[in-house]
Ligand binder design. Structure first.
Ligand code: HEM
Length: 542
């Protein structure tokens, strides 16, 4: 220690420093004394571990300390994360602990509150689900683009939003990540090539014919008002079963266990979930096993070879493509992998398309002038033909109907949100950073209802999709099928089916709104509470 007498000879400011350091030393001594006192007293409180009761108390204390430590860490990292996200808007919370937990609703009011959020915050905001999860809600292309177009290698489908689908879909394309996803996406892409899709247009026509035949009977029997969701989802399921498995379920005419199970799974009936999953998995497994056996015995099926029983050409179905697909090393998909992919197609492909078609019919029912114009377009296309069948090449000759479909998917996107997590920090617009691990919720609905991108967003106006009116709009302003590497692999399939079904329906029926008020319901897909009821009036063939 330095002798104190020396201080007298030190310059003035040095004396202040020495006095300060002495004071600090005294404070430190006092604190150490106090700390010793506190620790000592705490130690005195510790139960003696010599008796069994004491041991139990000791364990309980250790456990309590561990829990307190975890809670403190959680709150600390939550506070740190919230601090890092301070550049984003924080809408009012319920309270400091729950944050916005419970404020997201699937009802009409819930969707209106998203409209409000978008009007107020314009591009993004944060949403705290208690101290456990933070969502960054994004609803402007400047903010969604870096998220949607990020490399798949750093993209993770989060378990919070997608995990509950795992027992049903397994490691199918929708839920997988990383190398597994890239390999499967490469192997599955040929299944959606135009040459394959062309063959499905005939199936779309046939399934629509069956639905319309049923409608004519129902209307003639005094039931002119029908729930479009119920009717159309049976039809899209019928189509998809034919396209995926070449399986003729006749599900539009009579019920089956598989169809009931798919319905129930889509409605997410909790307790029976695993039982119903088992029915769906068995159905898929039986078909894949049978096809694999056929392949081993008979070799590769001849594409478009005539079916010996019916004399009709056999359409290459998804299972054919998946069974035969091989990667660069000549390795194909295992049966388990094919089953997961087929289950994923069934899940992703029928309800989404049914929602899309139902909402188009709803919007056309509400806007007879657009409906009439679609009808004129399809009548002109089919004028002079012997059959009413829409062919692949016709699909590009329905420009106004396509504009009506797109505008309907803007206003009523079948999938309203997608979420992502990333293995690194993500920079979005204006230098804002979303720290690694946060869930990025890309609001498709919010983007489609953003007044900065779509003036008067609540108005159904197909002319927005007139090529002339689309030039100044950011490319990711319209994202019903998401965008980037993890976009919808089935979008061309879906658009083709929607065009066939909408065009034939409008040609054959006049649709008008049902009598009840329509309240939107944002479940896995966008539905309507109690169904979407429309009046149908058959039109005599021109
Ligand atoms: C109107 C109809 C449809 C809509 C609106 C739609 C929408 C979407 C969206 C938004 C995604 C991204 C999901 C996410 O990132 O979480 C997606 C992915 C996917 N969709 Fe679709 N979809 C439709 C029809 C279909 C059809 C008909 C199929 C198959 C037959 C299909 C198969 C898939 C698959 C496999 C994925 C996962 C792709 C991947 O992650 O690589 N979808 N779809």
């Amino acid at each position: 220690m330095q002798p104190l007498t020396k201080h007298a000879s030190l310059p003035k400011n040095s004396r202040v420093i020495v006095q300060d350091s002495r004071r600090t030393a005294v404070i430190k001594d006092r604190m150490a004394f106090k700390l010793e006192g506190v620790v000592g007293r705490l130690l005195a409180l510790l139960p003696r571990a010599s008796s069994p009761l004491g041991l139990l108390q000791l364990c309980a204390l250790v456990l309590l300390l561990a829990v307190l430590y975890r809670v403190a860490r959680l709150l600390w990292s939550h506070a740190l994360n919230a601090h890092r996200l301070r550049g984003f808007a924080h809408p009012p919370k319920r309270n400091w602990l729950l944050g916005h937990l419970g404020l997201i609703q699937s009802t009409e009011e819930g969707l209106q509150s998203v409209d409000e959020l978008v009007r107020r915050y314009r591009h993004s905001c944060t949403w705290f689900l208690g101290p456990f999860y933070t969502l960054v809600r994004l609803f402007h292309p400047d903010y969604t683009k870096p998220i949607l177009t990020a490399s798949a290698a750093i993209t993770i489908k989060d378990e919070l939003f997608y995990g509950f689908l795992r027992p049903w879909l397994g490691p199918g394309l929708l839920l997988s990540n990383g190398e597994h996803w890239s390999r499967h996406r490469r192997l599955l892409t040929p299944a959606f090539h135009f040459d394959i899709l062309k063959g499905y247009v005939e199936i779309f026509n046939k399934s629509t014919d069956i639905m319309h035949e049923k409608w004519r009977h129902l209307v003639a029997g005094g039931q002119p008002c029908l729930d479009m969701f119920e009717q159309v989802s049976l039809m899209t399921l019928d189509s998809l079963l034919k396209c995926t498995f070449s399986y003729d379920s006749n599900c539009q005419e009579r019920p089956s266990d598989y169809i009931a199970a798919i319905y129930e799974l889509s409605a997410l009936v909790g307790r029976r979930f695993s039982h119903v999953c088992a029915i769906v998995h068995k159905f898929t497994a039986d078909i894949v096993d049978r096809r694999r056996a056929q392949l081993l015995h008979q070799g590769e099926p001849e594409t478009h070879a005539a079916d010996t029983r019916t004399g009709r050409r056999k359409t290459t179905d998804f299972i054919d493509v998946l069974l035969l697909s091989k990667d660069e090393d000549g390795n194909g998909l295992t049966d388990e992998e094919i089953k997961a992919e087929a289950d994923t197609f069934m899940f992703e492909g029928h309800d989404t398309t049914a929602s899309g078609i139902s909402w188009v019919l709803y919007n056309l029912a509400a806007h007879p002038q657009h409906q009439d114009r679609c009808r004129a377009e399809i009548d002109a296309l089919l004028d002079g033909r012997e059959t009413e069948e829409i062919e692949w090449d016709d699909l590009t000759n329905l420009p106004f109907t396509t504009m009506c479909i797109k505008e309907s998917m803007r206003l009523h996107p079948p999938v309203t949100t997608v979420t992502r997590r990333f293995s690194q920090d993500m920079t979005v617009a204006e230098g804002r950073v979303i720290p690694q691990g946060n869930i990025c919720l890309v609001s498709i609905y919010g983007t489609h209802h953003n007044p900065e991108l779509w003036p008067n967003p609540e108005v159904y106006d197909p002319s927005r999709f007139d090529p002339e009116n689309s030039t100044n709009r950011p490319s990711l302003a319209f994202i019903p099928f998401s965008a980037g590497p993890r976009n919808c692999i089935g979008q061309n399939f879906a658009m083709a089916e929607m065009r066939v079904v909408v065009a034939l329906t409008i040609r054959r029926f006049r649709v008008t709104p049902g009598s009840s008020e329509v309240r939107r319901l944002n479940q896995l897909i966008l539905r309507a509470e109690g169904g979407l009821w429309l009046q149908l009036e058959p039109i005599a063939a021109p």
